[in-house]
Design a protein around this ligand. Structure first.
Ligand code: ADP
Ligand code: ZN
Ligand code: ZN
Length: 737
């Protein structure tokens, strides 16, 4: 008998909520096992990569059935103990299987068992010979010419993924250039290259910024949460940069998390022009190799600053000093499928485990964070004035009831646009609906184009030519005639961004215009070139969806028009008004951000809506105060805690049947303090051909909810019906469908 525990407990990426036991025998006895080392094991009929979490003397599995570890993949722990503890916490808190939590937090190459080694990242740059060439001589080879100009704009070189973002299928042309010895390929560390030219000058912080920064600096070195609540353009980013400067001076690393769309070249430039330090960037556009290398740079302490989107909250750090989360209210911090977590809440927990401060910043903080600030759990730092000379914009409501409208625009809004354009301003029109029109209707019989797989209307897009469902993605050509009555008078109802753009081209002929939404920015590099035309002034009217709301700085925009805010006012989702208020405030904040005063006009059929009134008269803070009071009275989050069990299946009977059984199971466990609500059909009952239902759990104390969740889900996992439906649990759900 071997002395010492000879069984390893291994986490494997499966939906099963448990660890798996393996024997040590097959490996050399000298092998040392520490938590977070990866191993290769046989699993079911094939093999899997697993992570060692612990050792045990014996296994509940009969000795004969126990399999051996086949390969040891790491000879050192892969991640620091604090990060492993965070993942274990997240698995408990979000009631998600530990193996899936761990492996979804790792770069894909590590998930596949690749060694945790840096290989460098492919970069391309001009040679001296290449730098003297004129792209003009390549008129016969436009793709080569484009690459040559691109590299000339980036004398420091570009990574393969950066080139990918700008040009499709560039490799054959690059190879031609390399044959001429005009360009050369290099392997470089996965770090943001230092910006050529001068460092940015640090502006003198105003009194509010200084006070916020001073308070944050005293918090370094231990855990604490601060909420930086600063109006749009108040200089929050300057405060982050000041704080990061202090963290770097202490020899520590800063982790900066931004919303998906917030990771713009402008933001990265701001960082690299300020700090001459290695910066690792983690986002979804990276290749597997780039991601792994950047992750290792962070883990080994070679990257001083790590900037990334949601999943970067799990990046290992050698010397963590601070976590900063910008636009903390942003919905993209919540993962909506698979391992459903909130990067904001995970960041707070991580800061606690690492004993470092965490800073949440926003012009429109979530009601949860404001509530925590009010309870004194978070320190509340406010920036009420715009930085520099910029003034708050003037906001007014346009009551469009009974007004003649064309393509969603009132005469008053069109006139205001004219005034601002005549005065050389830029105009931004916001409409949170892409496509041409949200519905196609038969004027003869009332038929409406519906999705065949969802309970939803199809959106008309591509200039009335096609129909698409925004819920399942299915597409078809728009019907030439009504399928019910053969009538030919099919009319688009309502307006999306495409139709708005079309109307504006008629109203303002000859004026440069860009439309920014998911359809116009799908192509690589498209968003950047659209933004460029706004910045260089060739576009004077911008039309767009909420993609425009986030973080962009358009100094010449003097008028912001919100074409339709009514959708947000009357929704079944209790968070809808909060989101609407955030969106209105953020979009309004795009106006008048520099020297020129701004104006905001909001079109609505409900000018007297109380929350809208409050928001416009007294601002977001007053709105949030009232909205929190409503939540308290309705006992909704943050005054209670929710978890949602969802189920879906092609067979329409099963989801409700499964959830009823789940409810009975929960009741049999006598959960104290937890209310079970439902099951009910989901608000959109059929989606992508599956029928969906949900069961809501509500508790006044979080512990009560969690005491039930763990054991209950363990049991559900073995439920026979549970294997026939697709089910998932969402703790602190953001969307109630
Ligand atoms: P926020 O992140 O709150 O939207 P930023 O930090 O991006 O605001 O600042 C908005 C603009 O004001 C930027 O152009 C920034 O350079 C400028 N700015 C910020 N702080 C100051 C300051 N103290 N003095 C002058 N300009 C400032
Ligand atoms: Zn018809
Ligand atoms: Zn659909």
């Amino acid at each position: 008998m071997p002395t010492g525990p000879s069984i390893l407990q291994v986490a494997i990426a499966t939906p099963l909520r448990r660890l798996f036991d393996y024997h040590l025998d097959a490996l050399p006895s000298s092998a040392e096992f520490m938590p977070s080392m990866r191993v290769k094991v046989s699993f079911g009929r094939s093999s899997a990569v697993g992570m060692v979490l612990g050792r045990a003397g014996e296994s509940s599995c009969p000795a004969g059935k126990l399999k051996s570890i086949s390969v040891l993949l790491d000879d050192l722990p892969l991640i620091p103990p604090n990060l492993l503890a965070l993942l274990q916490w997240a698995s408990d808190y979000y009631a998600h299987p530990i193996g899936e939590v761990i492996f979804s937090a790792l770069p894909s190459l590590l998930r596949q068992g690749e060694p945790a080694e840096r290989r460098g990242v492919e970069h391309w740059c001009l040679t001296c010979l290449g730098a003297t060439q004129e792209p003009d001589q390549l008129t016969r080879a436009p793709r080569q010419a484009a690459l040559l100009s691109l590299l000339a704009e980036h004398p420091e070189g570009l990574s393969a993924s950066a080139i990918n973002e700008r040009q499709d299928n560039w490799r054959p042309s690059m190879r031609k250039l390399a044959e001429k010895e005009w360009v050369v390929r290099e392997q470089r560390p996965a770090l943001l290259l230092p910006a050529p030219g001068d460092r940015d000058e640090v502006p003198t912080l105003n009194a509010e910024q200084q006070a916020a920064l001073a308070s944050l600096c005293t918090g370094l070195g231990h855990f604490g949460v601060s909420l930086l609540d600063g109006v749009t353009g108040s200089g929050k980013t300057e405060v982050y940069l000041g704080l990061i400067g202090e963290v770097l001076a202490r020899g520590e690393q800063a982790l900066v998390l931004v919303p998906e769309i917030g990771l713009t070249p402008q933001l990265l430039d701001r960082f690299r022009r300020r700090f001459p330090v290695p910066i690792a960037v983690l986002h979804s556009g990276l290749s597997g190799r780039e991601r792994l290398d950047a992750w290792l740079m962070a883990r080994d302490g070679d990257a001083a600053i790590v900037i990334g989107t949601r999943s970067a909250v799990f990046t290992p750090l050698a010397r963590p000093g601070v976590i900063i989360l910008d636009e903390e209210h942003d919905a993209s911090f919540k993962q909506q499928d698979g391992f459903r977590y909130s990067a904001r809440d995970v960041a707070v927990k991580r800061a606690q485990l690492e004993n470092i401060p965490v800073l949440l910043g926003s012009a429109t903080p979530s009601l949860e964070s404001l509530h925590n600030a009010r309870l004194g759990r978070y320190s509340h730092l406010r920036l009420c004035e715009r930085a520099g000379n910029a003034q708050h914009p003037e906001v007014a409501v346009l009551d469009v009831r009974k007004q003649p409208m064309s393509s969603g625009l009132s005469l008053a809004l069109v006139n205001a646009m004219r005034r601002h354009l005549d005065a050389d301003g830029q105009v931004l029109l916001f409409l949170n609906r892409r496509g041409y029109a949200p519905t196609l209707l038969c004027h003869d019989c009332g038929w409406v184009a519906k999705c065949r797989r969802c309970d939803a209307h199809m959106t008309l897009f591509a200039g009335r030519k096609r129909l698409r469902c925004h819920h399942c993605g299915s597409e078809r050509p728009a019907d030439p005639a009504c399928p019910e009555c053969r009538g030919s008078e099919l009319c688009p109802v309502g307006a999306g961004t495409e139709r708005l753009e079309e109307a504006l081209q008629g109203l303002f002929p000859g004026i440069g215009m860009v439309r920014i939404d998911r359809d116009t920015t799908r192509r690589k590099g498209a968003l950047q070139s659209l933004l460029d035309s706004v910045h260089d002034g060739s576009a004077r009217i911008l039309v767009g969806t909420q993609m425009l709301a986030k973080g962009h700085h358009f100094p010449e925009v003097t008028l912001v028009g919100m074409v339709d805010v009514d959708q947000g006012l009357f929704s079944a989702d209790f968070r809808a008004t909060e989101r609407m208020a955030q969106l209105i405030t953020q979009v309004a904040g795009r106006a008048g951000r520099a020297q020129r005063p701004g104006q905001v006009l909001i079109q609505t059929h409900h000018p007297d809506h109380p929350l809208l009134q409050l928001l416009l008269r007294e601002g977001y803070a007053a709105f949030a105060h009232a909205a929190l009071e409503e939540r308290r009275q309705a006992n909704l989050p943050p005054f209670s805690y929710l978890a949602l069990l969802r189920a879906e299946a092609v067979d329409g009977e099963l989801p409700l049947r499964f959830l009823r059984q789940a409810r009975e199971l929960a009741e049999a466990m006598h959960p104290c303090g937890v209310q079970l609500l439902g099951p009910i059909p989901a608000p959109m009952e059929r989606r992508a051909g599956r029928v969906r239902a949900q069961l809501l759990l509500q508790a006044n104390r979080r512990v009560d909810l969690h005491r039930l969740l763990g054991p209950w889900l363990q049991q559900l996992e073995t439920d026979k019906l549970g294997r026939k439906v697709r089910w998932s649990v969402d703790v602190d759900p953001q969307e109630m469908f």
